[in-house]
Design a protein. Structure first.
Length: 311
């Protein structure tokens, strides 16, 4: 690690004064270690992707994504299939990847851990989707991608309230969806040809989400060459709740209602005759609607992983 671009989201997580102080502390940690470091502030959605691409093209060997999972998601789009390493500094509302890498806590401490980290080539998820204007698109993802209720949750989050209420807003909106959604069905086709009618799909890449959820899909890992899927074959809100309670207790397992599946790829399609709009998300970012195809891209990204951590 010789030259680091620190890309940070000024609207993510903390108050502006605390965030600015944290950025200066991170730069101080890097420079004290003899690393050339420069900070770049994002401006609008998608600008972190542009800044990361520019950093990779101008000789930075490492990019630190400082923000939540959304900031990391944007930065990663430009670093896949390059030799530039990605480091994660948690400063957002949702920091699942940082939690999985044992980087949660003070940003300056995370920077110190990243200085000791090893660059590891990992596989990433890729999602092909239809955007909200009806055009085809594709994104890489590191944490998870989903179709159904979880994507609806992300679509309902108000950015202003998210900054004000933080994780509490997720809980409020999740409760509203649980109480009011009809959990409409769609079709899923696994790589082995098996066809399912389901109401929710979550493709998980991380071992732990941190916080109260922790391990949501047993067996999921950034090192896996397959997708770890949670497939909900039910429209019953009580079975949804039962699975969530089991997950909180660390006792979730495959059942007739919620199946845990390992597969290299899966395709999701609207059910014939359905007029329901089913949202699609990746790493907490709403991308569009069905149809969707999810797959794994092997050994596509260099990620900084602290000593002793096995994500």
């Amino acid at each position: 690690m010789r030259r680091v671009a620190l890309i940070y989201n000024p609207a993510s997580g903390q108050s502006s004064s605390r965030r600015s102080a944290a950025i200066e502390q991170i730069l101080g940690v890097l420079r004290a270690a003899g690393v050339e470091a420069e900070a770049f502030e994002t401006g609008a959605p998608g600008s972190a992707t542009i800044l990361a691409k520019r950093a990779a093209a101008t000789g930075f060997d490492t990019v630190f994504a400082c923000g939540g999972d959304g900031t990391v998601h944007e930065v990663a789009q430009s670093l896949v299939d390059t030799e530039v390493a990605l480091g994660v500094i948690p400063q957002g509302t949702a920091n699942a990847l940082a939690a999985d890498l044992d980087l949660a806590g003070k940003p300056a401490r995370a920077a110190e851990k990243l200085l000791q980290s090893a660059p590891v080539r990992i596989s990433v998820g890729r999602i092909h989707y239809q955007d909200l204007a009806g055009k085809p698109g594709a994104r890489y993802f590191l944490v998870a991608a989903g179709v159904g209720a979880d994507a609806l949750l992300m679509a309902r989050l108000d950015a202003r309230l998210k900054r004000k209420l933080g994780y509490i807003l997720y809980l409020i909106e999740a409760w509203r969806i649980w109480a009011t959604s009809s959990f409409p069905l769609f079709e899923a086709v696994l790589q082995d040809g098996r066809k399912l009618k389901i109401s929710q799909l979550l493709a998980v890449r991380v071992r732990s989400f941190g916080g109260v959820l922790r391990e949501l899909a047993p067996g999921a890992s950034l090192r896996n060459g397959s997708l770890s899927l949670l497939v909900f074959k039910t429209q019953s809100r009580w079975r949804y709740l039962r699975f969530l309670m089991a997950a909180l207790a660390g006792r979730q397992k495959s059942t007739p209602a919620v199946e845990l599946v390992e597969t290299p790829s899966i395709e999701c399609l609207p059910q014939n005759g359905s007029r329901e709009t089913l949202f699609v998300e990746a790493d907490g970012e709403v991308l569009g609607t069905l149809p969707v195809r999810l797959e794994v891209v092997p050994h596509a990204l260099t990620l900084l992983i602290p000593p002793g951590v096995r994500p």
